[in-house]
Design a protein around this ligand. Structure first.
Ligand SMILES: Nc1nc(=O)n([C@H]2C[C@H](O)[C@@H](COP(=O)(O)O)O2)cc1CO
Ligand SMILES: [Zn+2]
Length: 169
């Protein structure tokens, strides 16, 4: 009788992979972000990616990063974190943790804290030097909301539709 399979995905790997999978739906040409919320029982309670509000045209609103503010995506795009929270199956996310591909901005951080999420696990912190992220960390520290960077235990995972499997090296 063979024992159980050992090299299964870890919980952090599982939920961060779900966040990254969700980012695959983002139409942002520069930065695709996904977020996934897990409850204390490791159940998926919310997932989302960055995009324009429902019903707003992905083709008529701007995706640019440069130029006059209203000619850029910034006034219009909903961040992945907000979408994951608004999509969540329950309103009170007390004790839940959010996995997110990119460190939350200060606006998302306010909403994350207010939702009851107690821990953020992030992958990239490419905007660490911005005032936005610095404000995020001030609020997270002040409120006692935990945050930590995800450390991958393997470089990649591959979804293989041909073999109906997830491959990892
Ligand atoms: N944590 C975040 N979650 C997000 O969903 N976003 C979104 C907003 C934009 O659509 C995109 C960032 O665009 P860029 O400035 O890297 O070209 O990612 C941005 C951040 C960073 O604050
Ligand atoms: Zn944000």
């Amino acid at each position: 009788m063979s024992g159980k399979r050992e090299d299964v995905l870890g919980w952090d790997e599982y939920f961060m992979s779900l966040a990254l999978l969700s980012a695959g739906r983002s139409k942002d040409p520069n930065t695709q972000v996904g977020a996934c919320v897990a409850d204390p029982h490791n159940r998926i309670v919310g997932i989302g990616y960055n995009g324009f509000p429902r019903g707003c045209s992905d083709d008529r609103l701007p995706w640019a990063r440069e130029g006059a503010y209203l000619d850029t995506k910034y006034p219009f795009v909903c961040h992945a974190e907000v979408n994951a929270i608004l999509n969540a199956i329950t309103r009170d996310l007390t004790g839940c943790r959010m996995y997110v591909a990119l460190f939350p901005c200060n606006e998302c951080t306010k909403i994350i804290i207010q939702s009851g999420i107690g821990e953020i696990i992030y992958l990239s912190d490419k905007y660490a030097a911005t005032d936005s992220v610095r404000a995020s960390k001030i609020m997270l520290d002040s409120s006692g909301t935990a945050y930590r960077q995800f450390v991958p235990s393997r470089p990649s995972l591959t979804i293989d539709f041909f073999t109906c499997r997830l491959h990892h090296d």
